[in-house]
Write a new protein. Structure first.
Lengths: 147, 147, 147
C-alpha cells in the first residue's frame, strides 16, 4: 500500500498490519505495526472500524497531517501523554515566514514530517542532525485500507 | 446563522440542523445536515452537548480549521476512516514557502479550505480544476449554536 | 515545571495542577488548573492517564500546538462546544504568505499562540490590541508530567 502515500497531501502515511483493536463506545483505538517493527496508534470512530472491516492481521495505513506533529527535545525527564512518540534526527528543514517544515528520520528508518512554527524551530535550535522527538495524538490519526 | 462565518478565523463554518446525536461516555457524535443536503459530523464532549442544549432539529454550525483538512486524490480504491469526506474541485490555490492554501468546491456547492504543505500540493500535482477529496476527522470539528 | 516550555516546539505549554479527572472508556478528560486560576482541559487515553500516574493535586503541563488554536471575535451571542476558551488581546502578529502567527494575552496574564490562515487574520481584521477569543479542543491537548 506504499502507493497510497502519493495520493494524500500528507507524507506521513504508514502502511502496516492491524495488531490490536481496543474497543470503546464512540471511538476505538487501533494499533498498526509497521514492517520495521514500529507501531502507530490511531483512534477512529467505532463505525469507521466497521466500515473499514478492520481486523487483526489486516493491512492498513495510518495517516497523520504534518501540522498535527509536535516536536520536542530533552524529553528524558518527562512522561508525555501521547502514544505516538518517535525519536529521530532532523534530516531536512525548510523555513517559511511563519512555519517551518521539519523532516525526521528514526533509527529504525521511519521518516516523519512535522510543520511547526518558525518560532518553535528557533527555540528548539533545530538544524540538520538535531535529536528530536516527534509526538502526535491518536485522535489525529486517520486510517485507510484498500478496498 | 450565515453571519457566523465571518466571526471565526476559519472559513470552514457550516451552518445546518442537528439531525442525529450518538451519545458516548466522554464524547458524543453529532450529525449536522446542511441546507444543500451535505452532512458534517463532529465529536464534542458530552458536557458540551449539554451546555449547547443540542437536540434534533436545532440549528448549529460545524467549524473546522483549515489545518485539520487533508486532501487526497484517486481514493476510489480505498476506504478511509474519517466520516467527513467531500469530493470536489480545486477553485483556488495560494502557495507559500512551507504551506499551500487550497479552496475546494463540491458539486453540491460546498466550499472547503485546506492548509496543506507545499510538498503535498506538489506531490498531488494540484492546480485549479484538479479533482480532490477533502478529509477531516470528527474529533477536529467544533460546534457552535446561537444563544 | 516552567523549564518545560523551552523543550517543545509549542509555546502553548501550561503548567499547573490536576484538579479533576473525568474517566471514560477509551479517553479521560483531565482538568489542569494553572497558578493564575485559569483552567485547561485535555482529553487523553485512559492508558496515558495510567502511564503518567495522573492524580488530583499532581503537577502536570497541558500542551497544545498553535495550529490547533482557532480564533473568534464577537462570540457573545454564541455557545461554542470546546471547553478551552480564552478571551484576550492580540499582542503580536506575524504575517506569512499563507498563515499568520497571532499571540494573545488574557486579562489573567496567560499567553497563547495561534497559527491561523492569513485569510482568517484579514477577515477578523486582527491587529495589535484586537479583542479575540482563542478556542481549542480538549482532544488536541497533550499532557506531560515530570518523571
Amino acid at each position: 500500500m506504499k502507493d497510497f502515500i502519493m495520493k494524500t497531501s500528507s507524507r506521513n502515511s504508514f502502511p502496516g498490519k492491524v495488531t490490536a483493536i481496543l474497543p470503546g463506545v464512540i471511538n476505538d483505538e487501533i494499533e498498526i505495526s509497521l514492517e520495521n517493527g514500529d507501531k502507530v496508534y490511531g483512534q477512529i470512530t467505532r463505525s469507521a472500524t466497521e466500515k473499514l472491516k478492520l481486523s487483526k492481521g489486516g493491512e492498513a495505513v495510518a495517516i497523520v497531517k504534518s501540522t498535527e506533529i509536535m516536536l520536542a527535545t530533552e524529553t528524558e525527564d518527562y512522561e508525555i501523554s501521547c502514544k505516538n512518540q518517535f525519536s529521530g534526527k532532523v534530516i531536512k528543514l525548510v523555513r517559511g515566514f511563519v512555519n517551518g517544515q521539519v523532516r525526521i528520520q528514526t533509527a529504525s528508518g521511519l521518516e516523519l514530517n512535522a510543520t511547526i512554527t518558525l518560532d518553535g524551530v528557533n527555540r528548539l535550535k533545530l538544524e540538520r542532525g538535531s535529536n528530536v522527538v516527534a509526538l502526535f495524538k491518536t485522535a489525529n490519526v486517520l486510517i485507510a485500507v484498500k478496498k
